[in-house]
Design a protein around this ligand. Structure first.
Ligand code: 9MG
Length: 285
């Protein structure tokens, strides 16, 4: 039996106090992520990868069919549906692990939730036409993330006076928009959107002051894994060389009270969080 919405939300809201953020494993169903040996083969590989992440301790599997990397181009609705729906259906045959759909398209949100997804992760914060209404009808928790522009254009708009205040202002406005269509505030998760239209100093400020977002009372998701800010801080060009930096950033986010961390390296993250949680528990008791 998959988790009910209420049970999933209880886990998300309780995560910081329980001594460990939930671990969301990244599953990119994009051509550069899995073999191009045919659509079916790519889906099979993505399903196998998802099951491996679940067995390594992922609490949520985040399935995405459109790259959100800086400079990436959008894909068509049909292409995105063809990539993610078979993967969600395939995962559901094997595990009850909560699934989140990483999309900004309302049609994909709807189809993914019908196929078994339990959560919507929208880097565009439900700003697409009809996205708010569709997300409300889907009746699942939603991650609203801060981004400037689109993945194609965002780095040109990375200018802020006080990045933390401006990100929080945007997220507050999006939460109000959600409430206006009748969504329960308790079903929302906020995300500062590390790397999305931000320069290195903006990303560092957001990580250093993440607890200010946590203090808003809405659960916070932190997605730092393998990001270019970590490459810049460590001079690691290849994302796969950024494991140590990703683990450090994850622990800083945990310490700040993040409810969910979105990561590629699930097993290593779970190990790092176990050490952090032991000390957290010791200090709590
Ligand atoms: C899809 N995606 C890529 N990076 C992300 C991040 O930092 N947060 C969320 N919510 N989604 C992301």
């Amino acid at each position: 039996m998959t988790l009910t919405k209420a049970a999933l939300l209880a886990r998300i809201h309780g995560a910081p106090q329980s001594g460990r953020p939930m671990v969301m494993g990244v599953v990119n169903v994009t051509p550069d992520s899995f073999s191009d040996g045919g659509d079916h083969f790519a889906a099979e590989q993505a399903i196998a990868h998802s099951l491996q992440l679940a067995s390594q301790g992922a609490d949520i599997l985040d399935i995405g069919g459109e790259s959100t990397r800086p400079g990436s181009l959008p894909v068509s609705l049909q292409e995105e549906l063809d990539r993610v729906i078979p993967v969600i259906k395939g995962i559901r045959l094997h595990t009850d692990c909560p699934i989140s759909i990483d999309t900004s398209k309302p049609e994909v949100m709807e189809a993914a939730v019908s196929a078994g997804a339990n959560l919507i992760n929208d880097v565009n914060a439900l700003q697409a036409p009809k996205a708010l209404e569709v997300a409300k009808a889907c009746d699942v928790p939603v991650v609203v993330m801060h981004m400037r522009g689109t993945p194609e254009t965002m780095q040109a708009q990375a200018n802020y006076d006080d990045v933390v205040a401006e990100v929080m202002e945007f997220l507050t406005e999006r939460m109000l928009a959600c409430e206006k269509v009748g969504m329960d505030k308790k079903s929302l998760i906020i995300d500062p959107g590390f790397g999305f239209g931000k320069k290195l100093d903006h990303n560092v400020a957001l990580l250093a002051r993440l607890s200010e977002l946590v203090q808003s009372g809405t659960p916070v998701l932190a997605g730092l894994s393998r990001k270019s800010m970590l490459g810049a801080l460590t001079q690691r060009e290849s994302p796969k060389e950024r494991l140590a930096a990703s683990l450090s950033a994850c622990l800083i986010a945990a310490q700040a009270g993040a409810a969910i961390v979105r990561v590629h390296d699930v097993q290593e993250t779970c190990d790092a969080l176990k050490v952090w949680a032991a000390v957290y528990d010791y200090n709590k008791n």
